[in-house]
Design a protein around this ligand. Structure first.
Ligand code: ADP
Ligand code: ASP
Ligand code: MG
Length: 407
């Protein structure tokens, strides 16, 4: 008999029929004698609908009220799922984040979990109940409802598994595991049997939304066995593992390709090439709460420099306005912004011990006539910024160049 935390994403609970199917699945696990804590997302589309309502009312919705609003989506699904379980003769009890007491900091809309009270959940499991917890939400120490950022139900699942010392955290979704790249974009994408935490972290932070990045961080930190599976198809899914040796089964140099269309690029051209200029430009951007991703600086022959950085697309106008102010002070030549870009990242622990990966990536893109605008690397990742219109072509070309296509 094992304890499993099972998280079901939005599409898996998108209709009452699907909620009933999830209840059938959980009933099956109960029949096998397992203790089950379920975490559910809002029904698919619901979180976006709620965010849309807020934006019709207030330009920049108040963060505290935003959390009160968007947390309602998950409250609907916990109740409906418990009703479905009871209808099948299985005792179950629903909890909002605050009722469990998933304590978070007070950073509304992107709160971090600090502590989880397991007393009630343990008592329910001991009494033979299925525990159903609302994903994505918690409560701060002032009693305010908080949420964990988009995709945050994954993190709720992993955090509960860590707190309960569960045997496995199972993330049930609309694909049957983690693939070499998004299977909705590349037909030949292949499911991975295993992937290391480190690789999964780079994939998640580079745009693979199959797992929220904080969920992977959390699982790595607390060594939570984590598996991604299809909600309604049988299979082993993908195990996220600490073990680098047995990580990616065939030990390829590149394990996966992630991409992100959510970035925009801002360049400030013709700034003085002098100490302190980069911080003069970038510090105010950070102060405006705009997260910067890739940064590139090039020096021209005339002692001026061009500085380019990327940020989230939704922050582009804000960042451009901030940079324009600095540009006026520094008498820079021009500020230009471009939101028609995309970032592609190739990821693999095998890169540590193999040379020539970057040049192969660049050659592959050149062969498709795709211009690389920016490059950044880490130990196990190489990312490039290209024009968004070439994204799919580039992902496909790299997928086959690095031998990731299905046999
Ligand atoms: P859920 O609603 O269950 O949380 P998400 O939509 O957040 O599901 O995540 C699942 C989606 O992630 C898949 O439908 C797929 O399109 C996308 N995805 C992106 N990259 C990958 C990848 N490498 N492997 C599997 N799925 C991926
Ligand atoms: N419902 C939230 C979202 O859509 C959280 C989640 O599904 O993980 O982002
Ligand atoms: Mg998700």
């Amino acid at each position: 008999m094992s304890v499993f935390v099972q998280k079901f994403g939005g599409t898996s609970v998108g209709t009452t029929e699907k909620i009933k199917a999830v209840a059938d699945k959980i009933a099956g696990f109960r029949d096998q004698g397992h203790d089950i804590v379920v975490v559910v997302s809002a029904m698919s589309g619901e979180t976006n609908r709620l965010i849309g309502l807020a934006s019709e009312i207030q330009g920049h919705p108040d963060p505290r009220e935003m959390d009160v609003l968007v947390s309602t989506g998950e409250q609907v699904t916990i109740a409906l799922l418990c009703m479905a379980l009871k209808d099948r003769g299985y005792d179950a009890r629903s909890y909002t984040g605050g009722q469990v007491k998933i304590l978070t900091d007070d950073a509304h809309t992107k709160a971090r979990i600090q502590d989880i009270d397991v007393v009630n959940m343990r008592a329910d499991l001991d009494a033979g109940r299925v525990v159903v917890v609302a994903g994505f939400q918690g409560v701060d120490d002032g009693g305010n409802i908080t949420t964990l950022g988009r995709g945050g139900s994954d993190t709720t699942g992993v955090a509960l598994a860590a707190a309960l010392k569960a045997d496995e955290c199972q993330i049930y979704t609309d694909v049957d595991g983690v693939y070499t790249t998004d299977p909705r974009v590349v037909d030949g994408a292949r499911r991975l049997e295993r992937v290391t935490f480190e690789e999964m972290l780079e994939m998640a932070s580079s745009g693979s939304k199959v797992l929220q990045i904080r969920a992977v961080e959390f699982a790595g930190k607390y060594n939570v066995p984590l598996r991604v599976l299809h909600s309604f198809q049988e299979g082993q899914g993908t195990l996220i593992t600490l073990d680098e040796e047995n990580g990616s089964m065939e030990q390829p140099v590149v394990s996966g390709i992630a991409f992100n269309r959510d970035e925009a690029k801002i360049s400030i051209l013709g700034v003085p090439d002098a100490p302190g200029v980069a911080s003069q430009v970038l510090a105010p951007v950070g102060d405006a709460n705009v997260e910067i991703d890739v940064i590139v600086q090039n020096i021209a022959a005339d002692n001026t420099a061009d500085l380019t950085f990327t940020c989230n697309r939704s922050d582009m106008e804000k960042a451009k306005a901030v940079v324009q102010k600095v540009a006026d002070e520094l008498k820079a030549r021009e500020v230009v912004a471009d939101d028609k870009i995309a970032k592609i990242s190739i990821v693999g622990v095998g890169m540590r011990s193999h040379a020539g990966v970057a040049s192969k990536m660049f050659k592959t893109l050149a062969a498709e006539n795709i211009n690389i605008q920016m490059i950044t690397t880490s130990e196990i990742k190489i990312s490039v910024i290209i024009a968004e219109k070439y994204l799919e072509l580039a992902v496909r070309a790299l997928h086959s160049a690095f031998g990731l296509d299905q046999a």
